[in-house]
Design a protein around this ligand. Structure first.
Ligand SMILES: [Zn+2]
Length: 501
């Protein structure tokens, strides 16, 4: 009989530890709602005690989700667990996830604890969490570098204390499929009470094996897999959930699993995470990269045209890429637009939200002949940015060239006042950034990152600019889209400055 695999998403906790990623409450909520629609079983929404922002985000998500379990991470400390409970208590099915390192190297250098202390503290933490909630997950951090005999004792202790799920993390991305499966089997054979709890795996991708290790562990008996959308995370990232889902779906003959994921929502979820985090996947990334379903060589193209399955092991439609070639243009009405939004899995709740995006769509359709699905999704993500907009762009005028001084004149609406400033710079973008900094009264703004990408192909493609700026040692990201890359750049910079406010 097919075994049920549960997916535990940690995009908002482990994924948010990706360098440069800093999501606000609204963005986290958007992602959590998308994860729920995708069919994720557990969402680790953050680390409640880490910051006020994390706490509020977890609490907001716990109150908003209707079916998915909401989890907060906590160290094996009473005050952490208390705070985790405060954050998740409104969730439909709350879970506390507590952890303590068990490898010699972590116990000695990081925790400065003896084996006995780790044994006692882990069981005590689970028992404390259990006072609040029935569903308690425990992770022995750095499990794959822990001596098995000691690990078995720790796991037995936390099961006795009431843990319902044991997560066996490969914290440093060190193991391989053969070794990891033996390790999991060892736990299943030697830990008393293990048959009554879920076994979870959490793999890092430092050596490129996170997905392979997770899938192998599931085959021998793990029934929860942790990962992140697009495989984001610290260092080499976490196991990519979309890759695992499509591996299980495509190779049903080998992996006899069922799960709750609706794979047709993968593309939308991936795009949302990219645009919210500013971390875009490489074109050849499996499942969600721009080239994942593109056939370039003539032999392949010919084969696919004759019979798709010659070179195509899964269809673009199965991950939610539309095969629909009907494009929208400036004559498309609101009705067609709204029905396309629905097909794309975009849930705009209010008429105001729909009208705002439809207005942007009309403006774009005046400048771009064919408006593609990717354009619409980019517009939705950009328009939905709920940051209060103290500074709004009214107009800009730029003169640039290789033999003149680059000058940018920017006109902004600041609250209810219109302010105009001109500035010169090394290039048109630099000049614009300086003019905006001056209007907004920030003289120490630093532009630390600037990326630009075309949302679709073609000469009239939308250009999306992502920037990261620093003010007083804190960093802020901003995003702008337009068919004019200078305008995108100015909008991105403004969106970052609005975040400081
Ligand atoms: Zn991790």
């Amino acid at each position: 009989m097919a075994r049920r695999i549960k997916f535990f998403d940690t995009t908002l906790r482990d994924g948010e530890q990706t360098p440069g990623v800093n999501l606000n409450l609204q963005e986290k909520l958007e992602i959590a709602l998308a994860l729920e629609r995708l069919g994720i079983d557990y969402i680790e929404a953050g680390f409640a005690i880490a910051s006020e922002g994390d706490f509020e985000a977890i609490r907001g998500i716990a109150g908003a989700l209707k079916t998915t379990s909401v989890v907060s991470l906590s160290r094996a400390l009473e005050k952490d667990i208390d705070r985790a409970w405060e954050a998740i208590k409104d969730a439909v099915s709350p879970r506390i996830h507590t952890f303590l390192a068990t490898s010699d190297i972590h116990m000695k250098y990081k925790l400065k604890m003896t084996e006995q202390q780790v044994l006692e503290n882990s069981a005590k933490a689970v028992a404390h969490a259990k006072k609040y909630v029935n569903d308690v997950q425990f992770s022995p951090e750095d499990a794959t570098r822990t001596r098995p005999e000691f690990l078995y004792k720790v796991l037995e202790g936390v099961i006795k204390a009431g843990a319902t799920c044991l997560n066996i993390p490969d914290t440093v991305g060190y193991t391989n499929p053969a070794e990891y499966t033996n390790f999991i089997k060892g736990i299943m054979e030697n830990v008393r009470g293990i048959e009554n709890v879920d076994i979870s795996v959490h793999c890092h991708n430092d050596l490129g094996l996170a997905v392979a290790n997770s899938a192998a562990a599931a085959v021998v008996g793990a029934n929860q897999i942790e990962g992140c959308i697009n495989g984001i995370g610290e260092r080499g990232g976490n196991a990519a959930i979309e890759e695992l889902v499509m591996l299980f779906n495509t190779r049903k003959d080998y992996y006899n699993f069922t799960h709750n994921i609706d794979s047709t929502k993968i593309n939308r979820t991936s795009k949302l995470v990219s645009s919210m985090t500013g971390i875009y996947v490489q074109p050849h990334k499996p499942i969600v990269g721009a080239n994942a379903f593109a056939h370039e060589s003539g032999i392949h193209q010919h084969g696919v045209m004759q019979e798709r399955s010659t070179y195509e092991i899964m269809t673009p439609e199965s991950v939610g890429l539309s095969s629909n070639t009907m494009v929208l243009g400036k004559l498309s009405g609101k009705h067609a637009f709204v029905s396309r939004l629905e097909e794309l899995g975009v849930n705009l709740k209010t008429n105001d939200e729909i009208n705002a995006v439809f207005g942007k769509f009309k403006a774009l359709a005046d400048r771009k002949k064919e408006v593609l699905d990717e354009d619409i999704l980019a517009l939705v993500d950009y328009t939905n940015d709920k940051i209060a907009k103290k500074y709004e762009l009214v107009s800009f005028q730029i003169s640039s060239g290789n033999r003149i001084i680059n000058t940018s004149t920017i006109q902004l609406k600041v609250d209810d006042e219109i302010i105009t400033k001109a500035s010169t710079g090394d290039g048109p973008i630099n000049a614009s950034f300086k003019a905006i900094s001056e209007i907004c009264g920030y003289d120490n703004l630093k532009l630390v990152d600037y990326t630009i990408r075309a949302v679709t192909g073609g000469h009239d493609a939308l250009g999306e600019v992502n920037v990261k700026i620093e003010n007083d040692g804190k960093s802020y990201i901003g995003r702008g889209i337009s068919t004019d890359i200078l305008e995108s750049s100015i909008l991105a910079f403004l969106s970052a400055v609005n975040r400081i406010v």
